[in-house]
Each structure stands twice: as structure tokens, then as C-alpha cells.
Write a protein that binds this ligand. Structure first.
Ligand code: FAD
Length: 554
């Protein structure tokens, strides 16, 4: 490991020593047992010791080692097994399953840590001259196989970890923009910005373990996108090192200089070059922040309310609603309430029963507000009317602040699930509002059909996570009770059914996880063969030798 550069566990999410536990959540084990028949008090598998893995030896040639060490310095060219394995995968469940099994694929030969843009330029040019593969790496948090080398790649595979390039370089306080190096992780970036009274407001669930460069290269979206925008809105300018040249896009609020080059870089997943820094929109830290919780009688009511919030004058930072099963999951996954909490829950339950709601069908929702006290009060009022008009009821700030405190711990649960024989992952999409309910119904049905055909139990649930004028993102979580050697066959069957349902129901292949290798098979349905042709022409034009992260997107 390199001092000052964060690195995730080789086998799972986040940092060593931190894990999900259900011991203070008495309702969780009964919930999982009821839904998928699995007893999470009994471990099915565990993580093998690293020493048991058969890590293929580095194929780095002496000549290339000398060259790379000449560029970044010997300390910053690492060939030890653990560093190479950490950089061999992202964090999709397919990655987690394979790495535990020791199915390591084409492990990179070396990981380099450039310290500045000049070193990145030298690396990219060397990749072309010496014909090796160069894969940019941020936090390695992608779940679409976006950082994995192509199986059997005969050329040397070099991963460039941007983690040393992590400084806030300048803030244009008049324009509300900051210039930041691409390798910075979320918390470090916000610490640097907030020390000067600013925030970027981009909060993906993976925030702690993902980087600015990774967000740009995957077209990321954070949970507060209803206010701050997706990364594609936030990034106003950038620098990207390409073979033989450096792309420089000055920070601009908007421009009509032909097809957007900025947009070509967004979502490029390392296929066009290495992003070294970006100008991003930043905002003054808001005076007040509040997440209000609401319940709806049905998911259809919740979707309608979110649609109306998006169309209204209300300013919200987020508006999300979970379907009934996800609501039950959230409630089961909470800590035991104290006496007051229990009484409050009983009172809420009574109220719902009096309204004639089916308690198994209720849907939990969070709506967030930021700004001055007056601003928050006013917009909360607007939202409150919409909630009421859609048969919803408010339950205050309590659940929202709990959610806020724990939001970055959720990713640890997938490793816990794997220990207990459950393969869990997520798929997300956007549709126009007109198709929001239909894609939910049909995707849940498609996933269940795939589970039945495989003869395994499983669960799929969903929430609406990001709203736009014309539609919304819905985020599906699925878990499959399969601890057999073939669990990835089950995963593939369910994942394929969900992705195809997106295509068949007016959705896109992914709203914010990108394409990588995982979503590539659906791209021609998503953007049409002509769109694929345009992308291929772009990649081949910039990188004719196929040296930059080959095999991703198309
Ligand atoms: P990496 O995984 O390291 O790389 C991703 C891609 O970007 C690769 O193709 C890589 O080559 C390229 N890349 C990285 N850095 C650069 C660079 N400097 N220049 C050029 N190319 C580069 N995503 C969201 O948008 N929102 C979420 O809420 C969200 N939640 C998640 C929760 C979990 C539990 C997990 C596992 C993932 C989640 N993701 C989410 C997906 C993932 O975190 C994002 O795709 C993120 O943007 C990846 O950033 P990274 O720094 O980890 O990039």
C-alpha cells in the first residue's frame, strides 16, 4: 500500500475491520428468513486467507519496469500480489464472488501511482509507444467490470491509480466553481471544500470509497441530485490526458461549440484517456438540512407524489420512495426502538389502520430540504400539500436523520449476505414518468420469473431515487438465495432479466453505474446500432492501438 492512498479490502467493500452486523437489529433475521428462507445466524462461507489465493505472477517485462519506474519512481510502481489483486476488480457481486473463490482473471502486472499530470502524460504516451494496456483506477467501486483487464490480455497490463492526485487546487468564489484533482475520494474532497465554506453536494452511496475522476468517467449520480445535479451537471471543465495530447476544457456555464466534447468525456470509462482534474460547481454550505419521512398507502401513490414534486415549485434536494418490500426491509434493518419509539410506531400504525391501509403495502419515503429556515419551512409546506393530495402522511424527521447517519454503511451488507449464502446486487434505470409504474411492475415480475426458472428463492425490491422534469431513476436491489457453485449462473439469469426488462419498458441500460463489460450487451438496444457506431468511431479515433482500458462500453 502507498502511504496516503486509501485502498479497499481485497475481498469486499471498504476498510478492513469494518463490517455489517444484524445483532442490534432484532427484526432483521426473521425478515430474511421469511422472505428468502435463509437463516443469517448461520454462516455458509467465509473469506479465505489471502495466502490461499493462487495469484498469477506479474508478467511485467524488465524493460517496462525500468521505464515505469523512471516515470513515477520505484516506490510508486507496485507489483506485490495484494496490490495487484485489489486493482484487478471492481465491487460488483460477480467480482466479490470470484475473488473469494480465487478466480482472479487477468490480474494487472503492475500498479503505478502518478503524482502529477506530467507523469500521467508520460504513462499514456508510453502505453502507446510500448503497446501496453493502461487502466485508470479511482476507488475501484464500480459494479460493472469497468476496471478489469480483458481475460487473456497478452500485453502488459498497467493500472494507474490516481490516489496521489487529490488536492483542491483553487476556488473561483465569484462563479461558485472549484478546480480539484481527479484522484480525490469523496470525504477528503468535502473536507477540503468545507474547510473553506463550500460543498459540492455530490453524495453517491459509494461516496467514501469513490473518486472525482471515477464519478466523471462513469457519469455518476448522488442522492442529492435533485438539487445539485448529476456529475454531468456539476462538472463544468476538465483536463484529460489522451495519446499524444492533453484535452483542456475551460470552465464554462454553457457553450455551443459543436457536439459537446465535455459530454464525450463524461462516461468514457477510461477509454479516451485519464482525467487529471476538473472544474466543478460548488455551493455555500446550507444553513439547515432536513430529511422528512412520509408513508404512502401504495407505491403508485408515492410515485405520483414524486412526479408532482418534480413538476411543482418545491425545491427539494432529494425525493425517494421505496416499494412495499423495500419498506419492510428498511424497517426490519433498523435498531430496536426504545419505549418512546415503540409507542410512536404503534400510534402511526393505528393511524394507518384507521385510514384503511394494508400495512403490508405501505411505502416509506424521504424528502430532503436545504437552505435558510424560512426556505426549508416554505418548501416543506409545498411538499406537504402534495403528499396529502396523494394519500400520504408525514412522520417527522426521526427516520430521515437515522438514514442520513447510516447511509454510507449500507454497502457493507453485500459481503455479509455472501457469507450467508445470498448473492445480492443492484440494477438501476430511468424512464419517463409515463412508464415509471409499469417498469417497476414488469421488472419485479421478470426477476421473479427468472428466479422460478432457476428454481431458487430470492427477492427484488426497489425505490425511486432521483427525479427529473421528465422522469425518474428507479433502483432495484435483488438477492438470490443460492450458495451453490453455480450461484453466478443464478445471478446472471436474474440480472439479465432485469436489464432486458429495462429495455422492454422504456428504460435505459443504467442511470448512473455506467456500462463497463456488465451492461455492454444491451448497448445497441439502448442507443441503437448507429449510436454504438458513433461511440466505436470515437474510441478508435482517439485510441487506435486499443491501449486505454480496452473492452469497456463496447
Ligand atoms: P473506479 O471504479 O476506480 O473506476 C470506474 C471507471 O472509471 C473505470 O472505467 C475507470 O477506468 C474509470 N476511471 C476512474 N478514474 C478515472 C480517471 N481519473 N480518468 C479516467 N477514467 C477514470 N454510483 C453512483 O453514481 N451513485 C451511487 O449512489 C453509487 N452507489 C454505489 C454503491 C455501492 C455499494 C457500489 C459498490 C457502487 C456504487 N456506485 C454508485 C458505483 C460506483 O461507486 C461509481 O461508478 C463511481 O463513480 C466509481 O468511482 P471510482 O472512483 O470508484 O471509479
Amino acid at each position: 500500500m502507498i502511504e496516503g492512498v486509501k485502498q479497499q479490502k481485497w475481498w469486499g467493500w471498504g476498510e478492513e475491520g469494518k463490517a455489517y452486523s444484524h445483532h442490534d437489529k432484532p427484526k432483521f433475521a426473521p425478515f430474511v428468513k421469511r422472505i428468502v428462507g435463509v437463516d443469517i445466524n448461520v454462516s455458509k462461507t467465509s473469506v479465505p486467507p489471502f495466502s490461499s489465493l493462487d495469484v498469477p505472477a506479474t508478467q511485467l517485462t524488465d524493460e517496462l519496469r525500468t521505464k515505469l519506474e523512471g516515470i513515477v519512481g520505484a516506490t510508486y510502481a507496485q507489483t506485490d500480489d495484494e496490490t495487484r489483486v485489489v486493482h484487478a476488480f471492481g465491487k460488483g457481486v460477480r467480482d466479490l464472488v470470484r475473488v473469494r473463490r480465487g478466480e482472479l482473471g487477468r490480474v494487472p502486472d503492475v500498479v503505478v501511482y502518478p503524482g502529477d499530470e506530467d507523469e500521467v502524460v508520460a504513462l499514456v504516451n508510453a502505453a502507446v509507444e510500448d503497446d501496453f494496456v493502461l487502466i485508470p483506477f479511482g476507488g475501484g467501486s464500480n459494479i460493472v467490470a469497468a476496471t478489469e483487464a480483458v481475460p487473456g490480455e497478452p500485453r502488459n497490463v498497467v493500472v494507474a491509480n490516481l490516489g496521489r492526485m487529490k488536492s483542491l487546487l483553487e476556488i473561483d468564489e465569484i462563479s461558485g466553481m472549484a478546480r480539484i484533482q481527479a484522484g480525490v475520494f469523496g470525504p477528503d474532497m468535502e473536507d477540503q471544500l468545507q474547510a473553506r465554506g463550500w460543498t459540492m453536494g455530490h453524495q453517491p452511496d459509494s461516496f467514501v470509497w469513490s473518486t472525482l475522476g471515477g464519478w466523471i468517467a462513469t457519469r455518476s449520480s448522488g442522492m442529492q441530485s435533485d438539487k445539485y445535479g448529476d456529475i454531468s451537471d456539476i462538472v463544468r471543465g476538465l483536463r484529460m490526458v489522451m495519446p499524444g495530447q492533453v484535452l483542456t476544457l475551460r470552465p464554462l456555464p454553457s457553450t455551443s461549440s459543436g457536439p459537446s466534447v465535455r459530454e464525450m468525456v463524461l462516461g468514457s470509462e477510461g477509454r479516451l484517456g485519464i482525467i487529471t482534474e476538473a472544474w466543478v460547481q460548488v455551493h455555500r454550505i446550507p444553513e439547515q438540512r432536513e430529511l422528512q419521512a412520509y408513508f404512502f398507502a401504495t407505491y403508485a401513490d408515492g410515485l405520483k407524489a414524486c412526479e408532482q414534486i418534480a413538476a411543482s415549485d418545491a425545491n427539494v434536494i432529494l425525493a425517494r420512495v421505496s416499494d412495499p418490500l423495500e419498506t419492510q426491509y428498511i424497517m426490519a434493518n433498523g435498531k430496536a426502538s426504545g419505549r418512546v419509539g415503540k409507542l410512536a410506531n404503534k400510534a402511526i400504525q393505528k393511524l394507518m389502520e384507521r385510514k384503511g391501509w394494508d400495512l403490508d403495502g405501505i411505502c416509506m419515503s424521504f424528502v430532503g430540504f436545504e437552505g435558510s429556515a424560512n426556505h426549508v419551512r416554505y418548501h416543506k409546506g409545498l411538499v406537504s400539500k402534495i403528499i396529502k393530495a396523494n394519500n400520504g402522511m408525514g412522520v417527522g424527521k426521526g427516520p430521515g436523520s437515522l438514514y442520513d447517519q447510516k447511509k454510507y454503511d449500507t454497502p457493507y451488507i453485500r459481503d455479509f449476505m455472501l457469507d450467508h449464502g445470498l448473492v445480492a446486487d443492484v440494477s438501476e434505470t430511468t424512464t419517463p414518468w409515463a412508464h415509471a409504474l409499469e417498469i417497476h411492475t414488469n421488472t419485479v415480475a421478470a426477476a421473479h420469473k427468472a428466479l422460478e426458472e432457476r428454481g431458487v428463492r430470492g427477492v427484488v425490491f426497489c425505490h425511486l431515487s432521483h427525479s427529473y422534469h421528465s422522469g425518474a431513476c428507479q433502483y432495484f436491489t435483488f438477492a438470490i438465495a443460492d450458495d451453490s457453485e453455480d450461484n453466478l449462473v443464478s445471478y446472471d439469469a436474474v440480472k439479465r432479466a432485469i436489464q432486458q426488462s429495462f429495455m422492454d419498458n422504456h428504460g435505459t441500460v443504467s442511470h448512473h453505474h455506467g456500462v463497463g463489460e456488465e451492461h455492454s450487451p444491451w448497448l445497441d438496444q439502448d442507443i441503437s446500432p448507429a449510436g454504438v457506431h458513433m461511440q466505436r468511431t470515437l474510441f478508435e479515433g482517439i485510441d487506435p492501438g486499443n491501449n486505454l482500458n480496452p473492452g469497456k462500453i463496447i
